[in-house]
Design a binder for this molecule. Structure first.
Ligand code: SAM
Ligand code: SF4
Ligand code: F3S
Length: 481
């Protein structure tokens, strides 16, 4: 149990879904101004994707990206507010950046993303080391705000927009593997789950023009990428209403929903794999499932966060579905896509959660047998519906104990599901060299199994068939056949 508690502490402290801050080198500068920026990203994939938009905006101003914070003229931290620990991590980082700033005259420090949006100008008052505070919909104003800050004024823009999708901005890819990329298809969220700060930090939901999504997917494919992940807080509610540039009648209004968008992206090239995240249980429809089955290059993997297995708790969470509804969606997935990988997010110890409600979460997990789960204990966020309406009344020790039980069960399921794949052959897209050995490569199967195998003559970006021979809860090992 103590190992589990350590895991939980680390997980709650870490708060980056990818698990690490990203700092990278850009290649697409239009001109150089001899200035460098360093960027660190925290939180969900949307934030990592946004950092690529920021990199694009700054490289048009002549900035180069540096991975060496000591060389930076501008340090940016793209922040997350989802749990309290996420914000603490940012404050700690800001204080260490401040030490660097003391030694580098003229250097600027900027806070981007959800924490900038949540705290607004309070940041400038509380954290005197910050020169720029820029919310997720205001990145186009970064060049002006930097100019203000260079002139000695503080630069703040936290205006949320109902239209901004950065559709015309071609992101500078910061992840260097050159094989997988995120493509943002929408922004914001209209769902108002009672525990969640995202609707406040990211604003109203809006969908991006499908033409620009397809163009970005095509461009990525042409540059050698072989997998894209379509991103949104609730991809199933993607909806585009507008006129398509190639429409015969310019005034004709076309509508594109998520299954239609998925199909359009799948048709870009059969060698381009398509994933998507996140699906909302209330909105995921059979049309999406049938579209996944219809195209071999749409991956058989669905991230369908349940949060709790108990209907009363789901109601307090304002998730707008019941346990039965969720189970019906799981049954539909298992029936229509029999080998589909399924993952979830769980919150332990939400306001008023009883022991029986917690047991319902465990029994839900037993029913679904998720391949992967992101698991947290509840962290109250100021201003949310839950903070206003309910008491955060589950003691911390109980939250941690329940979370430990969830983690323990999930570890068992992850291991058992992985071991059940031994003896099967999977088509794997090679993503990178294995961390443990230069003689091994690794990648994922369509259903999101992480598979390691001897390198041979194979190269990153290729597809290979791998026969699985062994495994544990986190990965499978095999050989190319
Ligand atoms: N839009 C997605 C959804 O509806 O599942 C993801 C939302 S959020 C970025 C990622 C996860 O963080 C949530 O699914 C939830 O499990 C967790 N989360 C959100 N607010 C939280 C809070 N106040 N305390 C603990 N976990 C939280
Ligand atoms: Fe937050 Fe709910 Fe929106 Fe997900 S769907 S971002 S949990 S409000
Ligand atoms: Fe965090 Fe904002 Fe994403 S709060 S999880 S970075 S949308």
């Amino acid at each position: 149990m103590s190992e589990l508690l350590e895991y939980i502490e680390k997980k709650q402290h870490d708060e980056t879904r990818q698990g690490e801050a990203l700092s990278v080198v850009a290649t697409e500068n239009e001109f150089k101004n001899n200035k460098h920026f360093y960027i660190e990203s925290y939180g969900c994939a949307m934030n990592f994707s946004d950092s690529e938009i920021v990199a694009s905006i700054l490289s048009k101003q002549g900035y180069s990206v540096t991975t060496d914070v000591l060389q930076a003229d501008l340090i940016l931290i793209n922040t997350c507010s989802i749990r309290e620990k996420a914000e603490q991590t940012v404050r700690t980082r800001l204080h260490s950046f401040n030490q660097i700033k003391k030694k580098r005259k003229g250097m600027l420090i900027g806070v981007l993303g959800c924490m900038a949006e949540r705290l607004k100008s309070k940041f400038l008052e509380e954290e005197k080391i910050v020169d720029l505070v820029v919310g997720p919909d205001a990145y186009r104003s970064l060049p002006d705000l930097i100019a203000d800050a260079e002139g000695g004024q503080k630069g703040v823009n936290v205006l949320l927009s109902r239209e901004e999708t950065y559709a015309d901005i071609s992101p500078v890819r910061l992840d260097k593997n050159g094989v997988t990329a995120f493509v943002s298809i929408m922004r914001g969220c209209d769902n108002m789950c009672s525990f969640c700060v995202v609707p406040f930090t990211r604003g109203r939901e809006r969908s991006r023009n499908p033409d620009s999504i397809i163009a970005e997917a095509q461009d990525l494919f042409d540059k050698g990428y072989r997998e894209i992940t379509l991103l949104g807080q609730n991809v199933d509610s993607y909806k585009w209403k507008g006129s398509e540039s190639d429409s015969e009648n310019e005034n004709e209004t076309i509508q594109v929903n998520f299954p239609q968008l998925l199909e359009k992206v799948a048709l870009v090239n059969p060698l381009l794999r398509v994933r998507f995240s996140t699906s909302h249980p209330k909105d995921i429809c059979d049309d999406v499932l049938h579209t996944i089955v219809k195209y071999e290059n749409i991956c058989n993997y669905i991230h369908l966060p349940v949060q709790s297995g108990n209907t009363a708790c789901l109601e307090r969470m304002n998730r707008t579905y019941t346990r039965e509804w969720y189970l019906n969606r799981i049954d539909a997935i298992k029936k229509i896509i029999p080998d589909c990988g399924i993952s979830s997010d769980m919150i332990a110890g939400f306001c008023g959660e009883t022991e029986e409600e917690h047991q319902d979460t465990l029994s839900m997990m037993e029913y679904v047998r998720y391949d992967l789960c992101y698991m947290y204990y509840y962290s109250e966020r100021p201003g949310t519906l839950a903070a206003r309406k309910f008491k955060d009344d589950v003691p911390l020790e109980t939250k941690k104990r329940r979370l430990a039980e969830i983690v323990e069960l999930q570890n068992r399921h992850s291991k058992e599901n992985n071991l059940a794949e031994i003896g099967k052959t999977f088509k794997v897209l090679i993503e990178k060299t294995s961390k443990k050995s230069d003689d091994e490569l690794c990648g994922r199967s369509s259903n999101n199994r992480f598979i390691i195998f001897p390198k041979g003559n194979h190269k990153i970006g290729e597809y290979v068939n791998v026969l699985v021979e062994s495994g544990n809860k986190a990965m499978l090992k095999g050989r190319v056949v």
